[in-house]
Design a protein around this ligand. Structure first.
Ligand code: F3S
Length: 399
């Protein structure tokens, strides 16, 4: 790669061991992917935050970077941790895990990284604009940033996102380049879209088809008339999970769609395909459901307001986690939504989620509106699942 004088000095260790290590990571990546140069990034989102996934080896790497003088050079936020940072006892997290998770968060804080732990950074102020180069690691957020915001990010791993934060740089390849953002397949979808589950089921069937085709996957989607922010974050999570997709274009909805000439023949996805995908995420009987969770990806304040409306004066009968970013929870506190929700017996799980928290063995079956949560509930924790529309998930907690 061609490095500038300043970048070469970073690579040579002039700015400390952590910056040098970060440059080694980035130049290795750049060389593998054929990047000619580094480009500056303005925003980073680091994944690999839960101690359950990192373990001591991951924590040792973070501590080495923090002790080696690593400091964030651009706005950097974190993906969810393994627990609610303030309220972990209520969620049944052990004191030992909490202590280790706090060591991870302290290492990030030492690097001046904002320890707001969320997979929806775009809802809480880490919100890049159209065309901005960024380095994000959470797959659903990368897909949202690329597709819905029109920012430019590759799907970073935890170490490469951290390296981007500590240098303010990323190698220029992949989705940073216009040519790579061109659609590879034209998709015509038929059906009625309204619920997050509709978008999640569509993301699953489309993702699986693209996965089977291999290669670069940038679908150009026609047939959806409108989609809310909440629908799109759900779709991005599903498409990223089942198809490894980091960018899609949707006519009339995403910003680059109108600037692009779609490829020729269209793959058609019919309502019955989507229904089949929906049904494939339901293997739990209602009597088996002992865990209910909304907030994959993390809930918006609008969704939390709806939960409060539905739970007003009610009492839940099952463990019900409401997962969101801490700043969103703080708005819910101020608006009185938290008081209503907690009076009903549901629990906020800020900073974390039903996938990254260490809950294996605690439950049998999960009710959720998230196709991504269904995938990991089984893959990670061997829970059965029941995919249901948002309101019905809340009603499930009341049965
Ligand atoms: Fe976010 Fe956890 Fe889902 S990180 S996208 S809530 S699996």
């Amino acid at each position: 790669m061609n490095l500038t004088k300043e970048e070469q000095a970073m690579f040579d260790g002039v700015q400390g061991r952590a910056t040098q290590k970060a440059m080694e990571i980035l130049t290795t990546l750049g060389t593998i992917y054929g990047a000619e140069r580094m480009i500056p990034v303005t925003s980073v989102q680091v994944a690999g935050v839960s101690y359950a996934n990192l373990g001591e080896a991951g924590l040792a790497f973070l501590s080495e970077m923090a002790d080696g003088g690593g400091r964030a050079r651009v706005l950097t936020t974190l993906n969810p941790a393994g627990m609610d940072i303030e309220n972990w006892q209520t969620l049944g997290i052990s004191a030992e895990f909490a202590e280790n998770q706090q060591r991870v968060l302290d290492a990030f804080a030492n690097m001046n990284i904002i320890t707001t732990a969320t997979c929806t950074p775009y809802l809480i102020g880490n919100t890049p604009h159209f065309g901005e180069h960024i380095a994000w690691a959470e797959s659903s957020a990368v897909c949202y940033a690329n597709s819905v915001l029109g920012a430019r990010s590759n799907r970073e791993g935890g170490p490469s996102a951290l390296a981007a934060s500590l240098t303010g740089l990323t190698p220029e390849y992949g989705y940073h380049l216009g040519a790579y953002r061109q659609p590879t397949i034209n998709v015509q979808v038929e059906g009625v879209f309204g619920e997050n589950t509709d978008f999640g089921a569509f993301g699953k069937i489309l993702g699986e088809k693209l996965e089977n085709m291999g290669g670069r996957r940038v679908p150009y989607i026609r047939g959806i008339e409108s989609a809310s922010v909440e629908n799109l974050k759900s779709f991005c999570a599903s498409l990223g999970t089942y198809g490894g997709v980091a960018l899609f274009h949707m006519t009339g909805i995403t910003p680059e769609a109108s600037q692009i000439v779609p490829p020729g023949d269209a793959m058609v996805i019919k309502e019955e395909d989507i229904q089949g995908a929906r049904e494939s995420m339901i293997d739990a009987q209602s009597t088996e459901i002992d865990f209910v969770s909304l907030g994959c990806p993390h809930l918006s304040i609008k969704e939390i307001a709806r939960i409060a409306e539905l739970l007003e004066g009610e009492q839940v009968t099952k463990e019900f986690w409401i997962t969101t970013a801490r700043p969103t929870k703080e708005i819910a506190d101020r608006m009185g939504y938290t008081a209503v929700i907690e009076a009903a017996g549901a629990k906020f799980a800020a900073d974390t989620c039903c996938v990254v928290a260490p809950i294996k063995g605690r439950f049998t079956a999960l009710a959720t509106d998230s196709a991504k949560a269904c995938y990991y509930a089984y893959a990670k924790n061997k829970f059965k699942t029941a995919l249901k529309p948002f309101d019905e998930v809340v009603f499930e907690a009341l049965k």
